[in-house]
Design a protein. Sequence first.
Length: 511
Amino acid sequence: MSRPWTADLGDGTYRNPVLNADWSDPDVVRVGDDYYLTASSFGRVPGLPLLHSRDLVNWTLVGHALDRLEPAADFAVPRHDCGVWAPSLRHHDGRFWIFWGDPDHGIQQINAESVRGPWSAPHLVKAGKGLIDACPLWDEETGEAYLVHAWAKSRSGIKNRITGHRMSPDGRELLDEGKTLIDADRIPGWFTLEGPKLYRHDGEFWIFAPAGGVTTGWQGAFRSRDFFGPYEERVVLAQGRTSVNGPHQGGWVRTTAGHDWFLHFQERGAYGRVVHLQPMWWDADGWPVLGDHGEPVSVHPKPVAPEQPAEAPASSDGFPGGRYGRQWQWMANHRPGWTVEHAGDGLRLSCVRTAYAHDLRALPNVLVQRLPAETFTTEVGITLGSREAGAKAGLAVLGDAFSWIGLERAEDGEIRLVHRYAESVAEHERDAEHSRPAPEGRARLRIEVTAGARCHFFADTGDGAGFRSSGQPFAAAPWRWVGALLGLFATAPTGAGPAGTADFTDFRITA
């Protein structure tokens, strides 16, 4: 089975993006010979993905740090642009630490001795609206600790500034009221300053922070001899003459060989925020230079590291033992009973009773994963076991608009293949194609995704005709901050008692 995307070219070089999927707002840390990366997960559960690499090019997903979003009641339903924004990942005093800003509740922190957990329960470090993009620093020379964060104007009325605090060494409380370290309204041409990452280097405090907006921004660097400033600034990475729009917001890491690298995102619409790797060096004035003299590289020699096999986060899933892989998340906090244990392979989903089956965007019980590449094909087998009229299950492409193909039990008891969609402004789905019988109660579903995230739907109902095209091509759409998602779901109309199940087998993604 071919992988949708591999960044490692096999000749000592790599191509960008190194993570060609929606790993938004990445941050990275090195511990020994290992690199770990986390990213925004917004309202999806589990949250705070944890990726591992030995060379910054080949990455695998090893787990998640956050089992549930808190307050739990707030995330019982999908909140696609809320939750975990722009986390920072650090290693200090033998422990991994993750800080993030929830724009509606404040700055939270968790920690663990091992990256694979167990992780501590979320601790609210600073309560408030609009507090985002938090990053700690433990100064190994002085023993003092600090925290910086940005602001979301949508919740606080404040933006374009970075606030700094002294922090207790245990990372649990802030020791002052905070001070504005950088007010970008005072810097000509700068707007939407956010996503700060705080470092100590060469006797100075450094804040790497993006500005200019998600789609068209640039990466800034700020330095000061004193934590509370004043800071001087410089643009260190921008699109320039390249096709990489808005290259910014990420983390700096130094290899065991003493070389510096920077991981950042590029916003690509329905594909989300893909991750690029830039070489980094220091000029004669002590400023960092990223990429090719401040412009993104497309192909470059890999970091010095032992040879690694070409890897990318998993996307296909055979659901061995009836369990789904780490690449899947729910659209809200998980509830018992959404999946059903059974003997053998394949995923069994309960047909959850809901009054919102007409709008998949509103359902918490949709199992989702990122679009894994620009062009790919996904397939899955489905069997609808529910005998409830109106029960349905399928394979979806979800975003501000959505489309799905699958099976539904009609009022007369017949199971039919259906294909439906909803535009971004629509509250109810509509037929994308006339339904047709699925006499065996099963089908093989396929979505072919071509450039521009145009999705072409197909199905094989076992009638001997093979795969047949269904409906018009559908252009996948992102949510506000989240790329489009692939999803599996099973629902039934409201009523009393269990409504049966649907089985999914051999979820396969190929280039």
